[in-house]
Ligand binder design. Sequence first.
Ligand code: FNR
Length: 351
Amino acid sequence: MSREPPLNLADYEALAPAHMHPAVWDFISAGADDGVTMTQNRRAFERIALRPRVLADVGRIDTRAIVLGAAISSPILIAPTGPHAALCPEGEVATAEAAGKSGLGMVANSGSNRTIEDIAAVATGPLWLQLYLFPERERTHALVRRAEAAGCGALVLTADSPRFGRKEQSLRTENEFDWPEAGNLAGLPPATKRPIRGAPATWEDLDWLRDVTRLPIVLKGVLTAEDAAMAVDRQVAGIVVSNHGGRQLDGATASIEALPEIVAEVGGRAEIYLDGGIRRGTDVLKALALGARAVMIGRPVLWGLAVGAGAGALDVLEMLKRELELAMALAGRPGLADIDASLVRTAPIQG
Ligand code: FNR
């Protein structure tokens, strides 16, 4: 079946491997261990049925959203991923330009190939920096100060990665490719270039981070009401319900299935975002119905970058926006405020 021109995100996924080194594809597409959680991220969306309303006035659909006080054209953000420069030469700069053209926000990862200053120079929408911790707090603090100076709107502390999950599909090929340097970490001694190693984040680190920055903090990788409660007690501004795209603890719950208990626990005290397996506008709709303020997408942006550089990433974002807009019209929900839990029915969990 022809995938050209791509009509949806799955078409981009099918086209993407031909546009990158096989080791890069292995890294991007891998899940941890048996990929159970990665697969369930998708299946869980399929188990949720929509309850559309008819004869609503859907002549005008308004998808505009606000995240941490910043306006975006649709409740979609780019999740922190890498390595963008292995997919297109401009790396995260191309991604940030695509986000800006689409009116969406982007989370740059701490190991991005381009520096946070380069990315911020072209960003026109919300730009947040994801953090892994260095073993030495002063180094982390230095990166935090750079994010503040560059105009980032938030820091996103990734909580689900005290170690890296084993991505076996990638372990076999990872040394076959000359990985591009992490721009933010360039110039640091090699031992500190991989910030996560030896520096698993704890609740104490979150307290420390909150005390050294004026930026709002978003905690990424929460899957339980218990942790969400601890996070809001520590005044986080946002929580990303996420299992890291199934790349960390295999067997962890699908992120969309973790969302309701977290929304109930937080009760509006922090903004809730969701990522993991968002591939259709109807997935975005389901996440919003279950209480997410916005979603993040990871791999599809990488497929777009590989296939068509910045224009490909933009096409992916625009496709998802259009699909959400259409889904809102067909569901009889013209504005985000019209989307609530009555829009979904969740089937009993099975296969
Ligand atoms: C990631 N993710 C990630 N998360 C994070 O907090 N810091 C990081 O550096 C990375 N790096 C990364 C690389 C690659 C190649 C992938 C695929 C993912 C996880 C990412 O932010 C997000 O949680 C998932 O990608 C969302 O799932 P989908 O949209 O890819 O299914």
